[in-house]
Design a protein around this ligand. Sequence first.
Ligand code: ADP
Ligand code: MG
Length: 703
Amino acid sequence: MSLESFFNPASVAIVGASRRPGKVGREILVNIVRGGYPGKIFPINPGVDSIDGLKCYPDLTSIGEVPELVLIIVPAETVADVMRQCARIGSKSVVIITAGFKEVGAAGSQLEQEVLRIAHGAGIRVIGPNCLGIIDTVHKLNASFAGDLPGTGAIGYVSQSGALLAAILDMANAVGIGFSTLVSIGNKADMDELDIMQYLADCPETKVIAGYLENISDGNQFVREAEIISHAKPVLLMKSGATGAGARAASSHTGSLAGSETAYECVFERAGIIRCNSIKTQFDFAQAFATQPLPEGDSVVVITNAGGPGIMAADAIESQGLTFAKLSEETVQKLAAKLPAAANVNNPVDVLGDALAERYELALEIVMADKNVSAILVLLTPQAMTEVAATAEAIVKEAKNHNKPVFACFLGAEKVEPGLKVLRRGQIPQYDSPESAVAAIKAMSDYHRWRHRPKRVVKLYPVNRRKVENIVERHLRLGIREIGEVESKEIIEAYGFVTPKGSIATTAEQAANIARQLGFPVVLKIWSPDIIHKSDVGGVRVGLKSAQEVMDAFDLMMFRVPKKMPEADILGVLVQEMCTEGKEVILGMHRDPHFGPMMMFGMGGIMVEVLKDVAFYLAPLTAVEAKQMLVNTRTYKMLTGVRGQAGVDIDAIAEALQRLSQLVTEFPQILEMDINPFMVGPEGTTPIAVDARISVEKVGQTK
Ligand code: ADP
Ligand code: MG
């Protein structure tokens, strides 16, 4: 259904409109009238005949026509009644401003369900309850008590916090930022962030979608659809509040490293959503996206009338991962011909402290033409001769004449204000520091790259699904949630992993015999379904070089471990061939209750929780994403080889991650897993999954 009726209604009824100043029912009516709403307005209040000269009706049924949009501001207990009236007369779009529903506890929750049931039964769509209302500047509808109707602009805003929306409006007015639409979604009883984002994606006046969210209503749907939305328009989101939903007691390394925010980060990354950590950053970015074309690369040129800020900008460009543009020979020559001899004609182009507007304009004109330049940052400090406003005019003019993004940073306060006014009017984004300007350029350049990313192709490996199904189902039938090392390894073997050879011994002699067959050195590991982290309880001995060492180690382990873990059921000891080569990494998965499986890669071994050098990514993984996970860790440099050390087989790790991603995608029963360590040697060698553990849980439906 189109949401046109909410944002461009022919008529609006305000149920609970009031004459008394200070009441919400009063404020909203005033805002609608003062905002210049051109449609029909029907105040509803049984106690009065008219408000501000507008005829007042006792209830919705007595209007005699069907209001396209209904705003409800009456007390919570009576909202269901009003909703019944909406159903009776056939109004299909309702905004419930009233609070006192789900947010106040069980009774409110019940009330909300009742209202929703009536709405759904009649095909009515609802925004709210417990919200500040909606604003549409294009159609001059200010159906809110957030403040005055803001200026028109290209930003569509959706907020889960009404109060924050009021603050945003106030701030935006101060810096001259305009909006197309603003929506306070409140409790999201019916319509949620995704509905509004979809509307904004289709809304021709909206160029940038921005929002503030505390949670996401439907994780799976969001993952699927947000990617499509951000492909159409940039999405800038602030997200706060750990919900705790993801904070399930975790027994795996991966689980304990996946904080509750990890899933959101993964989802945002996959969907190309640009995360903002403050309102200021969000405004900084929104201004850029709303007014400038996307930079087609990541090389930035700086034009400045002061050396210091130029260097600050250069530092920011490098440290934020952009490229400091190298100007072409032709550009340098042209600049040298036009600028004074003392000027710096390389990046950062220094037009000198005495530069008038004209010199800025010349420099701009020349660098605009350079193919090596994808974005231009103009810095200005108000020195004695600086023409602040005229320079701003020159920037506006040059930006208009070319199709390259231009960003301004006028450092100062009162003296630069006239310039800022010109820039605002001329749609040039301006920043209070070189760093924040560079951050906005970076966000745009990243978004451009994301938009042009290769199509996602998930490779499917031939595997033995049946084998995994048998092991998983047997554990679930017996009510066992932790699959031990031996069977976990059988599972990953079925998906193409190689594990060390070995078998279980129940006596020291048997252990020595197995070791002889495997060849020395060997590793002994305690074998118990109740022990998850074996080395924590003295249950791992590596590098055993003889039968005698094996027998001694066996006896010691069988003596010590039961002392540490008296309740554990110990079935024997695993005698395993020892991998002597390679680096230890960890591969893992944590299934987020809302967003599904998240893959993890990191530096492995027992230090993984201490180093926390891990990367997460949403499954299923493509080859590109698997590789990117590796690149995203600090470990990566070490893996590719440093200081003469040979690197390891990067592609083999990426393939292992993809195989694992296939496993957890095909088996939703797998809740968490670790392969730690995964030993990888140089290119061409086979990596070995030395240790594995998997936990499972029943799911409603097995795929
Ligand atoms: P846990 O993680 O339960 O403590 P692991 O099987 O991972 O037990 O063993 C702990 C550590 O011992 C590993 O991180 C690895 O360094 C070493 N290790 C274990 N098995 C082997 C093996 N077969 N070859 C080489 N090193 C091993
Ligand atoms: Mg381990």
